[in-house]
Design a protein around this ligand. Structure first.
Ligand code: ZN
Ligand code: ZN
Length: 237
């Protein structure tokens, strides 16, 4: 547990502000709403990331895109994943993301009558505002957390259903991931980009080979057909 440690000089608060801004844009994009990257970038520099340059914030967003891809989540289209993201930064971003659904669950049980998350225990550090006006108010953060938690939940569920076996070739996952679990990638049979739904009836857990086969092979249509006839829970959309 080295949450206090900083990599590349970014504090936990700065990383979290970046993740919050990313999640906000991600939610807007998922629901087909417009946003302007440069405006979000400027708001961050006027608020919690006043020590950072526009380009370093842009790069941080690309880091978050890389983590989204590692998690099998659709990233924000406008932020290409940064290729050489360090393991340390990746791990810290994952931790911040993992805390978001927890925040959501906690609020539901503890404060079901008042679903507005308060600021977390950052009150002792008034110099760094996590949710300044204009970037993400508490109610928006709550909505974002719910929507992110739901997306992550689907992926976890699909991996659980596959139980370590690729649903394409029925072979065990080729290796264990960083989390020690069998490494399988979640693929949306009707692609999200084609407005496929993010539900277990449209998602399979595949080994990296089968996943690439779905996207790049000459027989990808036939292979996808095979998934529909083989994986019972799938429904055509
Ligand atoms: Zn496979
Ligand atoms: Zn895929």
């Amino acid at each position: 547990m080295d949450t206090k440690k900083t990599s590349n000089g970014w504090s936990d608060e700065e990383l979290e502000a970046s993740v919050d801004a990313y999640l906000k844009m991600w939610t807007l994009e998922q629901s087909g709403q417009a946003f302007t990257k440069s405006v979000e970038n400027r708001l961050l520099r006027e608020g919690p990331l006043h020590l950072r340059s526009a380009s370093s914030i842009e790069y941080r967003m690309q880091n978050i895109s890389a983590v989204f891809e590692q998690l099998g989540l659709k990233r924000i289209t406008g932020y290409m994943p940064a290729k050489n993201i360090g393991a340390g930064v990746s791990e810290r971003i994952r931790k911040v993301l993992a805390a978001k659904p927890a925040l959501h669950a906690e609020r539901h049980t503890a404060k079901a009558d008042n679903p507005v998350p308060e600021k977390r225990t950052t009150a002792s550090k008034p110099s760094l505002e996590i949710e300044p006006q204009g970037i993400l108010n508490p109610r928006q953060l709550f909505t974002v957390s719910v929507s992110f938690a739901r997306a992550l939940h689907v992926r976890r569920l699909v991996r659980q259903l596959a139980n370590g076996i690729c649903e394409g070739c029925d072979q065990p996952a080729p290796f264990a991931g960083e989390d020690g679990q069998p490494f399988l990638e979640v693929h949306h049979v009707k692609h999200l980009a084609q407005k496929g739904s993010d539900r277990t009836t449209n998602a399979v857990a595949l080994c990296p080979n089968c996943h690439q086969r779905c996207h790049r092979s000459g027989d990808r249509d036939a292979f996808t057909e095979g998934l529909y006839s083989k994986v019972q829970r799938l429904a055509r959309e």
